[in-house]
Design a binder for this molecule. Structure first.
Ligand code: AMP
Length: 282
């Protein structure tokens, strides 16, 4: 398995694969790979002849006060995981390779991004849409794999592909969790033991909310209130949002009905901002 650092290098490789009539899958990541990323790579390896994993901590999707500099990085470990999972190449460009001097073109979206994480992270989805579009143009994959862990991102990317007629399929993959329930995330490494323990309130509240809806609760306020109470039992937890939205519009629902996304974002002290969710068709 090769690590390719240039756009040109990826293009040459993909061209050679295409000559042999091969299909190509893409798994975009920011690296520091874990079992959640691996589940996307495994699926991509199953469904495509060749798989490109991009490892790029995209500066454009971080706000000025966010964790761009401290974001964990370990390319050697990432390469091991990708190789063992059967990926063909890692695309690992420097920011200067992706954003040449004078870069000034962006892909942006309205509506779906004016909710949930888009409210507390105003530049985030523009950065995501722009880098994902670039990756699609560089790799020209048949399929690209995204985790439901980032449910709003998945919805945004699916909509962008539909709206802009991008010629590929977007595949959503389920959330992979730690044994105790916490959704796997590269940012979990920021948590010292006490905060890691308290972070369990995220998954606990998600499981409770899901159970309430499964048991027939249709009032979003009741579900959100019960979830907030669980989260607030952790002294370090500071709720950014607990929302139940229509997955197609990202607008809050008055009644739990149709395709809904219940999503939360919680700051654990000053250590990390964590997200979790469940999606359901009611
Ligand atoms: P990231 O490196 O955090 O940008 O994530 C890269 C991709 O992996 C995104 O599509 C994420 O949604 C997905 N991902 C991250 N964590 C998980 C998880 N615990 N389960 C499933 N997918 C995940």
């Amino acid at each position: 398995m090769k690590i390719v650092t240039t756009v040109e290098g990826v293009r040459e490789q993909v061209k050679a694969w295409r000559k042999e009539g091969k299909t190509v899958g893409l798994v975009p990541t920011m690296g520091y790979l874990h079992e959640g990323h691996k589940s996307l790579i495994d699926r991509a390896v199953k469904e495509n002849d060749e798989v490109v994993v991009s490892v790029f901590v995209n500066p454009m999707q971080f706000g000025p006060t966010e964790d761009l500099d401290s974001y964990p990085r370990d390319l050697a470990a990432d390469a091991k995981l990708c190789e063992a999972a059967g990926a063909s190449i890692i695309f690992h460009p420097e920011p200067e390779e992706m954003y040449k001097d004078g870069f000034c073109s962006f892909v942006d979206m309205s509506g779906l991004t004016n909710a949930l994480c888009g409210l507390s992270r105003p530049v985030h989805f523009r950065g995501v849409c722009t880098v994902v579009t670039k990756l699609f143009n560089i790799v020209t994959p048949d399929r690209a794999y995204f985790g439901e862990k980032d449910a709003q991102q998945l919805a945004v990317v699916k909509r962008m592909v539909r709206d802009l007629n991008m010629p590929l399929e977007i595949v959503g993959c389920p959330i992979i969790r730690e044994a105790d329930g916490l959704a796997k995330s590269s940012r979990n490494t920021y948590l010292p033991p006490e905060a890691r323990q308290q972070a369990l309130v995220l998954s606990k509240s998600i499981f409770l909310g899901k159970k309430m809806v499964e048991d027939g609760e249709r009032d979003p306020e009741k579900v959100k209130q019960a979830m907030r109470e669980v989260i607030n039992t952790a002294p370090l937890a500071d709720i950014d949002y607990v929302e139940i939205v229509d997955v197609n519009t990202m607008k809050s629902v008055d009644v739990i009905k149709g395709e809904i996304l219940c999503a939360i974002a919680v700051k654990m002290g000053s250590y990390a901002r964590l997200i979790d969710n469940f999606m359901m068709t009611v």
